[in-house]
Every structure is written in C-alpha cells, then in structure tokens.
Write a protein that binds this ligand. Structure first.
Ligand code: NI
Length: 392
C-alpha cells in the first residue's frame, strides 16, 4: 500500500490552507453556502464527479477505482457553531458570533485531502469511494436529511466511515474501538402549570416551583436506582424557568434537559420512568403536566469487522502512533449514528491537542484550537482505511 501518511504530509500546506480559510469564514448548519462552494470547486478541480445541494448544502463526490468492487462511504461534517471566538489567532473567525469550535473545518480539510490522495491512487481502489460532505451536524439534522435526500442511494454504499479530530487526547493518539463510542441523545421539555399567587400566602396557590424541585430530585433515581449499574445512562436537567419576582409564586415552570444512553432498551426505560415521575409527581403536587421527549440522534455503535479494517490500516499507515483500541467512549452525541443504523460502519478519533502549544481547550470552547498535525494523520488514516476495506 502507498505510504498515505508521507503523501498526506506532502499535501500539508494544502490541508492547512483549506482549514484556515474555513476557520476564518465559519457557517452554521444548512447555511454553509461558501463552505459547500469551496468543497465542490476543490473536488471538481481534481476531476471528480460532484453532486451539490443534497440537504441544501451537502456535497457528494465519487471516486471510481481502476478495478470493480464494493462501495465505501466516507463522511465529513462541515458546519460551525454559534460561539464568539476568543483564540486571537491570525485565522480567527471573521464572522461575528460564529466559530469552528468543534474542528469541522479540519474535517473538511481532511476530506478534501483524502479526495486528492485517493484520486491519485485509483490503481489501489477495488471499487468505489463515495465522499459525503454533510451539513448541520451540530444541530443533529444533517445526516438524517442527507439520507432522506438520497445520500445512501445511487449508488448505495455497503459500509461507512467517519472521524472526529479529538482535543481531549494528544496529537499522535488514535482511538479506534468497536461497539458503542458515542451516546444516543434525546431532549425533553416539561411544563408544569400550577396556580400563581402571593409568596406570603402559599396555601391559596399551587406552587409549580416546589413540584419542579421534587421532579428534579426524583428523576435522579432513574440513573442511580432504575438503570442497571453496568449500563450507561445520563439524565440532566439543564434549563429551568420559573417566575421573576421574589414574592410571587409563578403560574408556570418550564424545564428542559437531555437524556444520553447507549443501549436502546435503557433509553426506553428512561423515557418510561421520566414520564411516570414527571406526571406522577407533578399531579401529586396539584399541577397540570406536559412532557415532550424527542429523540435527537441514535448512538454511534461501531461494527467490529469494519473497526478491524480501520485498525489494520492504522498499524500500516501510522505505525508509531498511540493506537488506543478501547477508544474514547463519550456521552457526547454525533449524527453519524443515523448512517450506521442503515449501513454498518466505524467512527474513529484522531488526537489533536498539544499542551506544549497551549492547544488544550475542549470542543465547543471559545478558545478551542487544535494541532494541525491532526490533518495529515486523519487524511492518511481515512484514505488507508478506505483502500484496506476495498481490498478485502
Ligand atoms: Ni463535532
């Protein structure tokens, strides 16, 4: 196999210039018009057949190998976040209030570099590589919409690969694990309607604040008492809105929160218990209760066979790296799970922090920045994994 890392290092200036340009011009989900235009132009520049406008700003390109074989899909997300950047770098965001604070600028640069690497080595491709540049990962809508608009058809890939540069681990670390690596996410919204009144005359009111407090406390038992201790489950209340005045019992309390699990059965248990607690406790406290639970993303669960292929590629192309076969398991969510529900695949992590350069802030932090050495590593591993897959 070609030494894709050496080749990716030769393309480093290209990867870096793409990444920095996108970093200066971040765009939110489904609004990545400039980003998507650059992606399409870069792919056309090297002669690829490109489809644009999938899920509004998504881009798809095909690389046919010299020999026939299966189709593998490689997915890169492209959107930024509503965060005001505080890095002070020369390539800091020039779009006020918007920032590539998750590293998706790096993912686009990796994807375009992979396109060049594979396009230069069609002789090593037995089959077809389908490159997917996906909008709106941060709002967890992009993958679903890409699928609805036919991203997994004509032609249909058999398997999929995705990656994330990962600032919680140092440059040189590679996380490639099978099984669950990122959690499913759901959001819930609760509205408790009581009877407002004077804070000094509580017996004539129905206090939804006290009901909310009881519900929040009781819901802590879902993870601690209802969930099997061997299973993983998080229930967090993150927003609580009640009255404004110090002496007025409000009429309404609204709460929002999130549920994270790996196992769908645990997810169903959490939904059932949360529903019972919210309705049971809320009614017992005299309130009218509304509860909405929305699934946002399924868990990212890696296929053992495909994961083996990625590990094999990593050992070939990045042999002196710290390959962590347990990977990094996080309760964070990723809409890559939508593709994996349709076609088995693997999502892996490329370490990208560097404490010597102060590049240690986590994803979604206003000072987030990563070691750009992750770009050639990510591109080399993704390209090598695709070639390794198509060989088998
Ligand atoms: Ni991300």
């Amino acid at each position: 196999m070609t030494d894709y890392y050496q080749e990716a290092l030769k393309l480093f200036a290209y990867s870096q210039s793409i990444r920095r340009d996108l970093h200066i011009h971040p765009e939110l989900g489904f609004q990545e018009v400039r980003t998507s235009g650059i992606i399409a132009a870069e792919l056309r520049e090297i002669g690829l057949e490109v489809t644009t406008g999938i899920a509004k700003t998504g881009v798809i390109a095909m690389i046919d190998g010299d020999k026939p074989g299966p189709i593998i899909m490689l997915r890169f997300d492209i959107d930024a976040l509503p965060i005001a950047e505080q890095t002070g770098t020369e390539y800091a965001s020039q779009n006020p209030g918007l920032m590539h604070a998750c590293g998706h600028d790096g993912h686009v640069a990796i994807g375009l570099t992979v396109a060049r690497l594979l396009n230069d080595h069609r002789d090593e491709i037995n089959g077809t590589v389908k490159l997917i540049f996906q909008p709106a990962e941060e709002i967890a809508n992009g993958a679903e919409r890409m699928i609805e608009e036919g991203a997994l058809e004509q032609p249909s890939p058999a398997n999929c690969l995705g990656l994330h540069i990962w600032n919680l681990k140092p440059i040189g670390w590679l996380g490639i694990a099978d099984g669950p690596v990122m959690a499913s996410a759901a959001q819930f919204a609760i509205k408790l309607t009581g009877k407002g009144g004077h804070g000094a005359i509580p017996h004539l009111a129905i206090d939804p604040v006290v009901a909310a407090a009881q519900i929040i406390s009781a819901a802590q038992t879902i993870a601690s008492r209802n969930s099997d201790p061997q299973e993983t489950c998080v229930v967090s209340f993150c927003s609580l809105r009640a009255g404004d005045a110090f002496n007025v019992i409000p009429q309404i309390v609204e709460m929002k929160g999130t549920i994270r699990t790996y196992n769908p059965e645990v997810g169903q248990m959490v939904y059932k218990r949360l529903t019972e607690i919210v309705h049971g406790v809320g009614k017992a406290m005299g309130c009218e209760v509304e509860l909405i639970i929305d699934n946002i993303t399924p868990a990212v669960i890696n296929d053992p066979k495909i994961t083996q292929i990625v590990k094999r590629a990593a050992k070939k192309v990045l042999p002196d790296h710290d390959l962590d076969e347990k990977g990094y398991v996080t309760m964070g969510a990723e809409d890559f799970g939508f593709y994996q529900k349709k076609i088995p695949g693997t999502f892996f992590f490329i370490g990208s922090s560097n404490s010597e350069n102060g590049l240690t802030y986590g994803h979604h932090h206003p000072k987030f920045d990563f070691d750009e050495g992750a770009l050639p590593r990510g591109a080399a591993l993704m390209a090598a994994a695709a070639v390794e897959y198509l060989k088998t």
